[in-house]
Design a protein around this ligand. Structure first.
Ligand code: PEP
Ligand code: MN
Length: 295
């Protein structure tokens, strides 16, 4: 017998769609994530220098991004790799917001840092490595800031939804789910982009879902293609790594787009974004069975 998604994911009931809760929109400054507008978040993997960040912020804004990304606290696999500028990086992000009006998303890695990061950021990013750091999730949820929750690299969709449920349980309804690729046997790409997760999450959850094609691909040549697939799958937005000199980026250089590549990607997304109203209707027809009780 076909078990309903609501039975399979019954441990996280509040993140699931219901007849009276079809879609959450997350307010961020003058934006709504999960609403009609497709939201692109873009910027460097790490905040490095004022010149790097400001150039990127101005460029991505002109190309249509609405949120600036940039890590000030970096979860690096090697202890010897650049760990981020910390508070100095947060201040540069706040300066970029003042100059461009872009909202800021940046990662918080430790519950101790939540108040400080929340002072500077509009959206707190919970990184893949911390998706199940429940103390951090609770502290970040209680800050009242919207959270961008990245899927753990070895997390199932059920694990992902349970983490989102914890944020809701701590009184914060403003969660953006982010599919950023999972670990599989495949080594040709950095991670395996789980496009089915986007389709499924859009069917069963009312939370906005965005895609991170940069960390999924690990290779800049694949990023625009994965971005287009994400729009077609029904994603509400994207988060993409961009740098004025991508080969010189202090982190994630291989997957980072330069300005011309970012512009080309944004232009290539236009026809897909134009189809979003139609796509939403098609996806909505698909989800009707997911909302029906099994009988
Ligand atoms: C990042 O956004 O730079 C990052 C470290 O992402 P993830 O947590 O998905 O690896
Ligand atoms: Mn990165």
């Amino acid at each position: 017998m076909r078990v309903s998604w609501h039975e399979r994911f019954s441990e996280s009931p509040d993140v699931l769609k219901s007849a009276d809760r079809l879609q959450t929109t997350v307010p961020v400054l003058d934006l709504e994530i999960g609403g009609d507008e497709f939201i692109t978040m873009a910027g460097p993997c790490s905040v490095e220098t004022e010149a790097q960040l400001m150039a990127t912020a101005h460029h991505v804004r002109l190309a249509g991004a609405r949120v600036l990304r940039g890590g000030a606290f970096k979860p690096r696999s090697s202890p010897y790799a650049f760990q981020g500028l910390g508070l100095e990086g947060l201040k540069l992000l706040a300066k970029a917001r003042r100059e461009t009006g872009l909202a800021i998303v940046t990662e918080v890695m430790s519950e101790c840092d939540v108040p400080m990061v929340a002072d500077y950021a509009d959206i707190l990013q919970i990184g893949s490595r911390n998706m199940e750091n429940f103390a951090l999730l609770e502290a970040a949820a209680r800050s009242g800031r919207p959270l961008l929750l990245k899927r753990g690299m070895v997390a199932t969709i059920a694990d992902f939804l349970r983490s989102a449920q914890i944020v809701l349980d701590n009184g914060n309804p403003n969660i953006i789910l982010c599919e950023r690729g999972i670990r599989t046997f495949e080594t040709a790409t950095r991670n395996t982009f789980d496009v089915a997760a986007i389709v499924l999450l859009k069917q069963i959850s009312h939370l906005p879902v965005i895609a991170d094609p940069s960390h999924a691909a690990g290779n800049r040549d694949l990023v625009p293609g994965l971005a287009r697939v994400a729009v077609a799958a029904g994603a509400d937005g994207l988060i993409v790594e961009v740098h004025p000199h991508p080969d010189k980026a202090w982190s994630d250089a291989d997957q980072t787009l330069g300005f011309p590549e970012f512009d080309d990607m944004m232009a290539s997304l236009d026809p897909y974004i134009a189809l979003r109203q139609d796509l939403a209707r098609i996806h909505h027809a698909d989800l009707t069975p997911a909302l029906e009780p099994v009988g």
